[in-house]
Design a protein. Structure first.
Ligand SMILES: [Zn+2]
Length: 216
């Protein structure tokens, strides 16, 4: 069961269109996987719409509003388009279907280091780096913390760290307060977002720099 969700503040900013592209994509993917946040986002949308059109519309106005919507939606231009075909990727011989939010996002080739593979997502968010990270079963990231923040949205598989076990849909937001060393208990595909390099907290941390560069 999904235990980690975006905060209400993030969901509200998402509904109001205030998030940067990469965070917005992450929240959208989480909402697709999480009935609880689907309901909450729908409530926020409804209250946003109410405050936009005014709470105290009289029934007569509501009728003309319905008429207006009916006129707009009968236009052939608004016919539903078919859903985009699932976009499949292959990493280390495994197939994954990507969430629809990523279907039109550019993906770099895969950089591989041991059991870790990373592909950069082209979301054009400056110093925010968005990536797909694949960790083979048993693969791990040495203990580290973050100078900025690190968001991990688990898309497939399972991993654990000192704090918990995670399942697909978990939206894990960490910062400099957290120190962890994730281990893939099943082969994993994650969406990751970071705004600064990792800081390895074990001895001989320079040995882990290639991993830091791969992940950030
Ligand atoms: Zn949720």
């Amino acid at each position: 069961m999904i235990k980690y969700h975006p905060s209400e503040q993030i969901l509200q900013s998402y509904v109001q269109g205030e998030l940067c592209a990469s965070l917005s994509v992450a929240v959208s993917m989480h909402i697709d996987m999480c009935p609880q946040c689907q309901r909450l986002a729908h409530q926020f949308e409804t209250s946003c719409a109410h405050s936009f059109i005014g709470e105290e519309s009289d029934p007569q106005n509501e009728d003309s509003w319905d008429d207006l919507i009916a006129q707009i939606t009968k236009d052939a231009l608004f016919d539903e388009r078919p859903a985009p075909a699932p976009l499949e990727i292959e990493v280390k011989g495994e197939q994954f279907v990507l969430p629809s939010s990523l279907h039109n996002v550019g993906l770099s080739g895969w950089l591989k280091l041991g059991k870790l593979s990373r592909s950069r997502l082209d979301l054009g968010d400056g110093k925010l780096h968005a990536s797909l990270l694949h960790i083979e079963k048993g693969g791990s990231v040495p203990q580290h913390t973050h100078k900025g923040f690190e968001l991990t949205l688990l898309l497939s598989g399972e991993f654990k760290d000192e704090m918990d076990n995670y399942v697909p849909g978990d939206f894990i937001m960490l910062d400099g307060e957290h120190e962890h060393s994730p281990v893939a208990t099943e082969s994993c595909l994650c969406f990751t977002l970071a705004d600064d390099a990792l800081h390895f907290s074990q001895g001989l941390s320079q040995l882990f720099n290639p991993i830091g560069k791969l992940i950030y």
